[in-house]
Design a protein around this ligand. Structure first.
Ligand code: SF4
Length: 383
């Protein structure tokens, strides 16, 4: 089978793996035109700096010895499996790059022969890309469960980003989702090594960012479990991103009769995780309801503000940056703009805030401007 045909079989299987920044509700921007035969192989990805690139997303192999209960690729499930020879995949990647069809690649794999052997195949592809073909594009390399520390160090030498999927927020949930995977050693310890290697990196050159992914809604885990682990990962292991993938049942798997997870839940989890990562919130402050989930009908920041700021609005002219970030409609960049603008004079009305790019409609109920609550304006309250 030729390499392109293999790619057409292997690449679509990465649809279960969010990689770079994506819209949480799946409303990604229209991808650039790609040939019909590569339609399911190239995704539009937004890199951490905001640059949008066409990204080749593929598995190196779809042969799997594991039996993760939710997974379409699990051992014993009947479909056509394929495997790339490393040089074959590297050549094809460079060819697509040279043709201007991609600007980067994401390399993952199903597990066969254990984590280290699987990791070797991914690393061989990455090394050939970087060394033999001098591939200058963006490269995201997956870390396998049980990968060795030296292998992780090597992945970080070639990659702009590495990731390892925890899949579940703790050992108990993982045992229900993927009974043959071990949470603490095989997975979590590898993320610790990534952080240690990142901290040890000195001098010029790339230091790859790190991400993980959780499957949401397959084994009854509440939001508080997912977000507690996400908070730890952001705070202690400095992950760039925790991805949340709504569970969707796959025929011929043990969870095929399980209901799919609500995409709104995934959206709220992303919003809450950004509060943990970028807005200084602690997980205990998030507005969980009794079952440990976030309310679905409101943005978690808005829900928090309704509880805490309705009767204690924030004076925009004097609040520190951390407090400004608690106001709905004010993000990190807005808060910085407010702090800069205040040096030039008092922010006296909503027009001043609008000039700074602030969503005044959302902020208005929770702020004071020069000691006064902004007057309600019909247009602002209309939607
Ligand atoms: S290791 Fe588990 S999640 Fe990964 S491909 Fe195999 S069955 Fe799927």
């Amino acid at each position: 089978m030729d390499a392109l045909h293999k790619l057409q079989l292997l690449a679509p299987l990465t649809c279960y793996e969010p990689t770079e920044e994506v819209n949480p509700l799946g409303q990604t921007a229209a991808p650039p035109p790609v040939p019909r035969d590569l339609k399911n192989c190239i995704a539009q990805a937004t890199l951490p700096g905001g640059q949008k690139i066409p990204l080749l997303k593929t598995l190196v192999s779809s042969y799997c010895e594991m039996d993760c209960r939710y997974c379409a690729i699990r051992a014993g499930r009947d479909f056509h499996r394929e495997i790339f020879i490393p040089d074959e995949l590297a050549q094809l990647t460079v060819q697509l790059y040279t043709q201007g069809l991609i600007k980067g690649a994401f390399l993952s794999s199903a597990l066969m022969g254990g984590g280290p052997r699987t990791q070797d195949r991914i690393l061989a592809t990455a090394e050939i890309l970087r060394r033999k073909y001098r591939f200058p594009g963006y490269l995201h390399v997956k870390i396998m469960p049980n990968a060795e520390r030296d292998q992780i160090a090597e992945a970080m030498r070639w990659a702009d980003r590495v990731s390892l999927n925890l899949e579940a927020p703790n050992a108990q949930r993982l045992s229900e989702l993927a009974p043959r995977k071990e949470f603490s050693g095989a997975l979590f310890q590898r993320l610790r090594w990534v952080d240690e290697l990142r901290r040890a990196a000195t001098g010029p050159g790339r230091v790859p960012s790190a991400t993980t992914q959780f499957v949401v809604g397959a084994v009854g885990e509440p939001d508080v479990e997912l977000l507690t682990t996400a908070a730890y990962l952001y705070r202690e292991l400095r992950l760039a991103r925790t991805y949340f993938s709504s569970f969707s049942p796959v025929p011929d798997t043990p969870l095929s009769d399980h209901a799919p997870s609500d995409p709104v839940r995934e959206h709220r989890l992303y919003q809450a995780s950004f509060l943990l990562r970028d807005y200084g919130f602690d997980v205990e402050e998030l507005p969980f309801v009794q079952d440990g989930n976030l309310p679905r009908d409101a943005d978690p920041k808005l829900a928090w503000a309704r509880l805490h700021l309705t009767y204690a609005p924030v004076e925009v002219n004097t609040a520190d940056r951390t407090t400004l970030l608690r106001i709905p409609g004010i993000g990190p960049k807005n808060a910085d703009r407010i702090v800069s603008a205040r040096r030039l004079g008092t922010l006296a009305d909503l027009r001043d805030l609008r000039h700074l790019g602030i969503a005044t409609q959302r902020a208005m109920p929770f702020i004071l401007l020069n000691g006064k609550q902004p007057p309600r304006q019909l247009g602002l309250w209309a939607t």
